[in-house]
Design a protein around this ligand. Structure first.
Ligand code: ARG
Length: 458
């Protein structure tokens, strides 16, 4: 019985059935099949080139692995729980189909360095994919920013109306956030893209292997430098999950704003029907399910990061079976981030903007009060005194239930003798926006130049 196992030699009793199921990872690590086969082919070629196994065996191994790849892709491969994981499922099938040569494949290798290799190969491709989705989302934001360049909205602090801004400027804030996310992933990729095979179980191998040759075949930029670290390191996965958590935090903040902007109280935007659902009882409802779910899914991405950090926190070097618990949180993070980004890009592209509602709201809530103070400063009043004078004017408006734009010159002059007829043109929302003509400011020409800079890929 124990002879069915690739490691059965020293065992006399069969594995308990439930233990077998409990310890297996094939249910979730089967998604590494492609990387596992690719890594094994590179390893076999290296063994052949180094004269560690005969060249005929290398040919047989490659042919056998390619057949297994086809079977898996055709859905005809029978995965077995008894064979624990993807590595042993493939290796055992290889030996069953090509015999002796198949049994030579694992020379100078351990599942410990093999699994590290597979995860790195897998994550490397996924990071590239995720980066593409970030680019698509950034593009959707740029398109909206270009199309709505002149749309004015209220800017908020504490979710209270603060100062008028361009809607395009608000969108470009997210472009900055997602550009940082992308840069973080580019950087993370440098640590992922390092080749661990050759570490063996933990100490290296007695065979004259050529690690650089394996790295070259698999397009790795470098090889790992310490065999213990090679098999016990999951920093690269944690780093990715931390980057993914920050990215999801950005998507979640954006979701929150989209949800708020879609309410009948705001009505700044409308998401297209494809991204919303109705209510089974309230006929008028159109719920922003997609941003709500993305906001909700942010929780599991944070949870996944915490899960793996906790798995790793007390592990002695080198490999421990605990580390098999790296895969589900990592895979779930990849799937969640990819799905969220994909759906967000499409949703933003189709988002409808209600310019008049935003413009109306931008003029409310004394949004130009700072500009009145700045006006007085330009006339010579110290800023603190100007702040006080405008505060009094705002109080007067609140008491008399009027907006600051409704004050007459005589009323303005109740608060400061510096007020003159030019106050009226100084505090239109357009003037307030275009006056913020500093690098990074909301003035139209500044926002336009930022859009242009991003379009040029800078
Ligand atoms: N399925 C294992 C994992 O995912 C592969 C490595 C197993 N190594 C071992 N010595 N049991 O971590």
């Amino acid at each position: 019985m124990s002879k069915d196992k690739l490691w059965g030699g020293r065992f006399t009793q069969p594995t308990d059935k439930f233990v077998e199921e409990f310890t297996a990872s094939i249910q979730f690590d089967k998604r590494l099949y492609h990387q596992d086969i690719r890594g094994s082919i590179a390893h076999a070629r290296m063994l052949g080139k180094q004269g560690i196994i005969p060249m005929e065996d290398v040919e047989a191994i490659i042919h056998g692995l390619q057949q297994i790849l086809q079977q898996i892709e055709a859905g005809t491969f029978d995965f077995s729980i008894a064979l624990e994981d993807i590595h042993m499922n493939i290796e055992s099938r290889l030996s069953a189909s090509i015999g002796e040569a198949g049994k030579r494949l694992h020379t100078g290798r351990s599942r410990n360095d093999q699994v590290a290799l597979d995860i790195r190969l897998y994550l490397r491709d996924e990071i590239v994919d995720i980066s593409t989705y970030i680019d698509l989302l950034i593009d959707a934001l740029l398109v909206q920013a270009e199309q709505n360049l002149d749309v004015i909205m209220p800017g908020f602090t504490h979710l209270q109306t603060a100062q008028p801004i361009l809607f395009s400027h608000h969108l470009m804030a997210y472009v900055e956030m997602f550009k940082r996310d992308r840069a973080r992933l580019d950087d993370c990729l440098k640590r992922v893209n390092v080749m661990p095979l050759g570490a063996g179980a933990l100490a290296g191998t007695t065979f004259p292997i050529d690690r650089e040759y394996v790295a070259e075949q698999l397009d790795f930029a470098a090889i790992t430098r310490n065999s213990l670290d090679s098999v016990s390191d999951r920093d690269f996965a944690l780093e990715f999950m931390a980057d993914a958590s920050i990215l999801m935090m950005h998507l979640s903040r954006f979701s929150e704003e989209l949800i708020l902007w879609s309410t009948s109280s705001f009505k700044f935007i409308e998401l297209s029907d494809g991204f919303c659902t109705g209510s089974s009882i309230m006929p008028q409802k159109k719920n922003p399910d997609v941003p709500e779910l993305v906001r909700g899914k942010t929780g599991r991405v944070y949870g996944n990061l915490m899960a793996l950090l906790t798995v790793m926190k007390s592990l002695p070097l080198a490999y421990n079976k605990d580390m098999q618990e790296d895969k589900e949180p990592l895979f779930d993070t990849i799937d969640t981030v990819k799905g969220s980004l994909k759906i967000f890009g499409d949703m933003i592209r189709e988002m409808r903007v209600y310019e008049a509602n935003m413009r109306r709201a931008a003029g409310q809530g004394f949004s130009t009060a700072t500009d009145v103070a700045d006006y007085l400063v330009r006339k010579g009043l110290p800023f603190r005194d100007a702040h006080e004078a405008v505060g009094n004017a705002v109080k007067y408006c609140i008491e008399n239930e009027m907006d600051i734009t409704e004050l007459s010159l005589a009323e303005w002059q109740l608060f400061s003798p510096y007020f003159d007829t030019d106050i009226f043109s100084a505090i239109t929302v357009e003037a307030c926006i275009n006056a913020r003509n500093v690098p990074g400011g909301t003035a139209r020409e500044r926002v336009w130049s930022e859009i242009t800079r991003c379009r040029e890929g800078k």
